[in-house]
Design a protein around this ligand. Structure first.
Ligand SMILES: Nc1ncnc2c1ncn2[C@@H]1O[C@H](COP(=O)(O)OP(=O)(O)OP(=O)(O)O)[C@@H](O)[C@H]1O
Length: 548
């Protein structure tokens, strides 16, 4: 009779094994869980790198660019291109064949995706090549369409186009709902004996208004569209569910099923009697996508139906942060260094997903929830910070904080919300840029893309829930190579999540804004007074008796 040993007193053997005549199932050592690597398509996994460490290029050096645009740049005090412009401008220009509607070779053009930090100059990276290519056009037709998620952003981009179109024959139009729909229709198309004529070359629009015009404006023709720019592309992908892109493509390709790849490439209806119709050239069409937080989800990107896309991005992963690492590398070695870094990248790693400007200082401060307003007051009254944008997570939180700061007094503070008219919002931004307003408090209405001069500080009063929100909020400062500081106010329990979130943007060192307790203490009497008054004001506002 075999003796079954006392297994509890011995070492546990791994896997099934024999003990005498018995098979003991044994135990299994738990292996550490292996991280599943995401498989990324080649174009996402191996992007083109925007080299941020290279010498700046003077605007005259890009001899491909039309002299009138170079002049305009100089008028606007732009003497050198930013890296994203140095990389993207020649890329788009090299494919233009001199004829407005066609590529150089006549074959379809690859779509371009750009992921670069906030304030790095992405707008001019598409405005300039589009204008350059459209400048020699003979007939006015809609040839460029720029789609943005919200009206304020559309207005901002429209102003840039308008500025650079001045003195040229090109006409740009904003479809943002400032005008009545019928009025807008009249400024887009005119009916003549020979048919409809477009009155605009370039349209800047939000998706809703654009689809309305496509569906309801007779003669609104996208069949000659050369460029479709999707700015804030990751945000726009959320809107894709509204089908705006499907509607646009249906009109660009004039096919019933824009998903049919053969039909899409068959955009061959060249105008009769032109040089191109003899060459058999195809009408060119190119999508240009821009964002500071471009999605890396291939499934989401799939919805954009990109044609042989190419991605360009700045290098930000902590392991590959070139800014730091290339500091001491001589300029000759720099290019090689960037190439090496690119080939070093782990397979499937997407490098350009989330990046913050290198001129941005990022701090956080820990406090109790009830002390959060005191931290803001400390920044304003003790540290004398000015030109502050302060972000909260809700309209209620914005309003409450606004009232508290206002009741405390001695600073000019404004509340910015989507409930305000476009004109009122513009006025606040103007006053802020002129230094007449010390602090603007807002929820995410202002987080994306808005380019305000002179934002020195961004305070994140509530912790943003996603890294994308963080990147866009802090990106309102440290723009165009200027310095800026972002301060995130955190409760103790939020610190870990905050650090984990920032690691996604390649950050592994965290700095605290240190505040001596007595500094907050000195603010308390007046603050408590404001707190006491607050419920009454909120009550009166509710009854409609008072607006503060
Ligand atoms: N080459 C340049 N030289 C100086 N200033 C520039 C240059 N290019 C752009 N700018 C300025 O930099 C600021 C930021 O540019 P822009 O708004 O295009 O940034 P962005 O990359 O689109 O940012 P975001 O991702 O936040 O939308 C603008 O005020 C713009 O006028």
């Amino acid at each position: 009779m075999p003796v079954v040993s006392d297994i509890s007193s011995k070492q546990v053997k791994e896997g099934p094994h024999l003990v005498g005549n018995f098979t003991v199932l044994g135990e299994f050592k738990l292996e550490p869980e292996k991280k599943v690597k995401q498989y990324l398509p080649e174009w996402l996994a191996k992007p083109g790198i925007i080299k941020t460490d290279l010498e700046k290029t003077p605007v005259e050096d890009l001899d491909m660019l039309h002299p009138c645009l170079v002049e305009k740049l100089k008028e606007n005090n732009i003497s050198h291109f930013f890296p994203v412009q140095t990389s993207i401008l020649p890329l788009i220009l090299k494919d233009c064949g001199g004829q407005v509607g066609f590529s150089r070779t006549g074959s379809p053009l690859r779509d371009v995706c750009v992921s670069a930090p906030t304030g790095s100059g992405k707008t001019l990276a598409y405005v300039l090549p589009i204008l350059h290519i459209l400048l020699p056009r003979n007939v006015c037709r809609i040839r460029a369409l720029v789609v943005l998620p919200v009206r304020d952003l559309a207005l901002q981009v429209f102003k840039v186009f308008e500025n650079y179109c001045q003195g040229t024959q090109l006409k740009v139009k904003l479809l943002g709902g400032q005008q009545a729909f019928e009025e807008e229709q009249q400024t887009l198309v005119v009916e003549k004996m020979a048919g409809y004529l477009s009155l605009v070359d370039i349209i800047v629009a939000t998706p809703g208004r654009l689809v309305d015009h496509i569906n309801k404006t007779p003669g609104f023709d996208l069949s000659r569209l050369r460029f479709l720019v999707i700015d804030e592309a990751d945000r726009m992908m959320d809107n894709i569910k509204q089908n705006w892109l499907q509607v646009v493509e249906k009109h660009v390709f004039k096919v019933h099923n824009p998903d049919d790849p053969v039909k899409r490439l068959d955009r061959t209806r060249t105008p009769e009697g032109t040089q191109a119709s003899c060459d058999g050239k195809k009408l060119a069409f190119q999508k240009l996508l821009f964002s500071a937080t471009l999605s890396q989800d291939p499934e989401i990107l799939q919805q954009l139906k990109l044609f042989q896309p190419q991605l360009f991005t700045t290098l930000v992963s902590s392991k590959h942060t070139q800014n730091k690492e290339t500091k001491d590398v001589s300029s000759k070695k720099k290019e090689k260094h960037v190439k090496d870094k690119q080939s070093d990248l782990e397979e499937g790693e997407f490098v350009g997903k989330y990046s913050t400007p290198s001129t941005l200082k990022q701090l956080h401060v820990e406090c109790k929830a009830m002390d959060k307003p005191l931290i803001v007051l400390h920044c304003l009254h003790n540290l004398q910070y000015r030109q502050i944008l302060c972000f909260t997570n809700s309209v209620e939180s914005t309003h409450r904080l606004y009232l508290l700061i206002k009741l405390y007094g001695d600073v000019e503070v404004r509340e910015f919300s989507s409930a305000l008219t476009v004109a009122a919002r513009e006025k606040i931004l103007q006053e802020f840029a002129q230094g007449k307003v010390d602090m603007v408090i807002c929820s995410d209405a202002m987080a994306r893309g808005i380019d305000i001069d002179n934002v020195q500080y961004v305070i994140l009063y509530d912790r943003p829930l996603h890294i994308q929100n963080y990147i866009h909020r802090v990106g309102r400062t440290a723009r165009a190579g200027k310095t800026g500081t972002a301060i995130t106010i955190l409760e103790k329990r939020e610190v870990c999540t905050y650090k984990a979130m920032l690691r996604e943007s390649g950050k592994d060192k965290f700095k605290k804004l240190k505040i001596k307790p007595n500094k907050l203490f000195s603010l308390k009497p007046r603050y408590n007074d404001s707190l006491r008054k607050l419920p009454m004001i909120l009550k009166e506002e509710k009854r409609g008796k008072r607006t503060y």
